[in-house]
Design a binder for this molecule. Structure first.
Ligand SMILES: Nc1ncnc2c1ncn2[C@@H]1O[C@H](COP(=O)(O)OP(=O)(O)OP(=O)(O)O)[C@@H](O)[C@H]1O
Ligand SMILES: Nc1ncnc2c1ncn2[C@@H]1O[C@H](COP(=O)(O)OP(=O)(O)OP(=O)(O)O)[C@@H](O)[C@H]1O
Ligand SMILES: [Mg+2]
Ligand SMILES: [Mg+2]
Lengths: 253, 253
């Protein structure tokens, strides 16, 4: 199953969720590929030192029929593989401005590779541009991390419009696997009200488990690690393990 | 003086800083224009209800010689004016992909209008694309909000590369007015270490005043208000007032 993690609002936990969901799936014995489709390379930097990542997914967009297999690397975690991003991915939007099949590049590249993995998780940039659209076109499901705060809620409709448009134009099987509430601080009325609003909007799509603020989640990238390797007993690790189990359940349906 | 608030990392407080700095300058009697150059429209939504913002800065990019004056609106705060964004600004990147003067659109539009204001503050999206470049090309100074955490620090060099390239190609007077540490939680070693790293990188450019986590700052957009109107006695208001005073000092030099 190919899952995109997306939300055009910045800093809502897309990368934290992509990295730790992919690691969680690998931990559960699923052969998992994490694709970093964000030129910021935050997910890439968790698994690879800068000098290790000359290869990237850029040729998927710039060359004809580029074999994605060539840039898929093992990570230190068993079952977990990653396809790195690069800052140069940022120019893809204007480079492919004219091309009719621009939204389909990643889907085509994944078609030869998807059967080698149980799960593919795609991290995306904070935008609804060509990279995010490519991820959505290529995917079976999307997970939407949302922080319970005013501006994050305002952006949801724009995301859903893009989702709907991709579904209708390119990918009728695309559906929302779920919505994860991230960076939840239960002590504030603001956050609790916002969570209620998210539940009103999305009903059962909202994962039971919300991710609370946990310093370990913020620290782990500094140690080039996912949360399970870095701090397995933290609430962050427990929460992302529950999220992983819930994803596995929902993936069955 | 025209100031861009920029950082391609998502959710580091660009909009919170743009809105509250602009409001602070207005409070100090400076005639201030806030330009929302982010298709997410977070800054716009603080000052205008959705039905109030049919006008936007989009024609600056899509039409020849569009008078920016036509879309500048008063806000409820004396001295504070705003030019709204729109989701449709997102397509500007690919629309202008071929045009030689694409980076200069905002600068040209501002040239007729800048003498009507003491300060112009430009909020930008989490990307180093055409909208952010337009803002940098049009500006005298840039303020960089940075959260003291690993991924935010990793992105600084990419930002500086873009800054340098804009400066050399289009705008030799562009300089960094300062770096603001945002969402600082002094209780964590991670944040304190990261602040030291930021100070090592930027020296005196770092504002003395760091913005601590303050729930009032997160709440105020829900009440369509800047922090000074919403919660003038909060630490968030005090901090952004100090930031405003420091900006005024630095603008003199
Ligand atoms: N539950 C959490 N508790 C504490 N910190 C968190 C949590 N989730 C994420 N963070 C931190 O918050 C910041 C933003 O998270 P992250 O980078 O995952 O968001 P993003 O949506 O991928 O951002 P962008 O839009 O820039 O891609 C990071 O520094 C991250 O380490
Ligand atoms: N000092 C603070 N304390 C608490 N919350 C804050 C603080 N500064 C910003 N926030 C909140 O954090 C979130 C991210 O801030 P903001 O939207 O200003 O960042 P941004 O860099 O403009 O994001 P984007 O990259 O999406 O444009 C918002 O919900 C905002 O209200
Ligand atoms: Mg990210
Ligand atoms: Mg913003």
């Amino acid at each position: 199953m190919i899952i995109t993690v997306a939300n055009q609002k910045g800093g809502v936990g897309k990368t934290t969720t992509s990295v730790n969901l992919a690691a969680g799936l690998a931990l559960k014995g699923k052969r998992t590929l994490l694709i970093d489709a964000d030129p910021q390379c935050n997910a890439t930097s968790v698994f690879f030192a800068p000098e290790e990542t000359e290869d990237s997914i850029l040729p998927v967009f710039t060359e004809k029929n580029f074999p994605l297999k060539n840039v898929i690397k093992e990570t230190e975690r068993e079952n977990l593989f990653a396809a790195p991003s690069t800052i140069r991915l940022a120019k893809v939007e204007r480079m492919l401005a004219g091309e009719i099949d621009a939204p389909l590049k990643l889907k085509k590249a994944l078609s030869d590779v998807r059967n080698l993995f149980d799960f593919v998780v795609i991290d995306t940039p904070p935008s609804l541009g060509l990279l995010t659209v490519n991820a959505l076109v290529a995917s079976d499901r999307v997970i939407i991390p949302i922080t319970p705060s005013p501006w994050a809620l305002e952006g949801v409709q724009d995301f859903l419009d893009t989702f709907k448009s991709v579904k209708e134009t390119f990918n009728e099987n695309l559906s929302i696997l779920g919505v994860i509430v991230t960076m939840f601080d239960p002590r504030t009325v603001l956050a609790r009200d916002a969570v209620n609003e998210i539940k009103a909007m999305f009903g059962d799509l909202v994962f039971k488990e919300a991710i609370h603020r946990n310093i370990r989640l913020e620290e782990s990238p500094a140690y080039q690690s996912d949360i399970f390797a870095f701090s397995p007993n933290s609430t962050g690790a427990e929460s992302y393990l529950k999220i992983t189990e819930e994803v596995l359940k929902r993936a069955e349906r």
